[in-house]
Design a protein around this ligand. Structure first.
Ligand SMILES: NC(=O)c1ccc[n+]([C@@H]2O[C@H](COP(=O)([O-])OP(=O)(O)OC[C@H]3O[C@@H](n4cnc5c(N)ncnc54)[C@H](O)[C@@H]3O)[C@@H](O)[C@H]2O)c1
Length: 229
């Protein structure tokens, strides 16, 4: 089934490359206008331009997800560019692996910053923009990209797993806050992983589903997208 996001405006963090670029393409394919928000300006612009050449409404906006003021500017620019904001995908993330005996505090701080703080700020600014009276003001959907590492123990990625478990908890609490405070914003997360070799579109289609009205009664959920064990 194809989900229709016509008339919706979506911002994807870390959309310049990798899975985020696939999500941007899938959201655009479903009819959404998309902003790719990333640290990598060169790559982000090229990805947005390539999407634009397929006929999609796509633009690049610079964003450092760890910086509150950068979020404020990016959301403002997105609403100016797309005329609204209905979907935020908090995809930007870093994975720095290694056994606990070799733990590097700088690596852990970086993952806490990007994966945890970056996602929390993304939820904050999505809520501010989408809630009644916000600059976009029509409610919407937030999709956070966690990982199977949030729910299963795999050796060598302890700190990364901890940050992705945090993304999972942020999702659940954010969903209840949005519900109780009447924001009209659903918040869900996906746990990508590789039970079998997947395509970028396997994950991106799940993100499109959670962003769409087909998931209108789904909030505070975590969806494994890993092809099974
Ligand atoms: N690749 C996998 O198999 C896999 C599995 C599970 C979960 N994930 C998660 O999916 C997400 C995307 O993974 P990927 O493999 O495509 O990553 P990637 O490294 O290919 O791309 C990440 C993007 O995020 C951007 N980014 C990094 N820090 C940023 C910041 N501070 N502000 C804005 N943008 C920033 C990068 O510039 C890059 O474009 C991550 O959250 C990752 O943890 C990936």
């Amino acid at each position: 089934m194809r989900h229709d996001l016509s008339g919706r405006a979506a911002l994807i963090t870390g959309g310049a490359r990798g899975l985020g670029a696939g999500m941007a393409a899938a959201l655009a394919g479903a009819g959404a206008a998309v902003v790719i928000a990333d640290l990598r300006e060169d790559l982000g612009r090229a990805t947005a331009d390539a999407l634009g050449q397929t006929g999609a409404a796509a633009a690049f906006v610079p964003l450092d997800v760890t910086d509150d003021a950068s979020w404020e500017r990016a959301v403002k620019a997105t609403i100016a560019e797309l005329g609204g904001l209905d979907v935020v995908v908090n995809n930007a993330g870093v994975e720095l692996a290694g056994p606990l005996v070799d733990l590097d505090p700088a690596d852990v701080r970086r993952m806490l910053d990007v994966n945890v703080l970056g996602t929390a700020l993304g939820i904050k600014h999505a809520f501010r923009a989408m809630r009644p009276g916000g600059a976009a003001g029509h409610g919407g959907a937030v999709v956070n990209i966690a990982s199977v590492a949030a729910t299963t123990a795999l050796p060598g990625i302890a700190a990364y797993s901890a940050t992705k478990s945090a993304v999972d908890r942020l999702t659940r609490v954010a969903a209840t806050e949005a519900g109780k405070l009447g924001y009209g914003v659903r918040v869900n997360c996906v746990y990508p992983g590789a039970g079998r070799l997947g395509e970028a579109t396997d994950l991106a289609d799940a993100v499109v589903f959670l962003a769409s009205d087909a998931a209108r009664f789904v909030t505070g959920a975590g969806l494994p997208v890993d092809g099974g064990p």
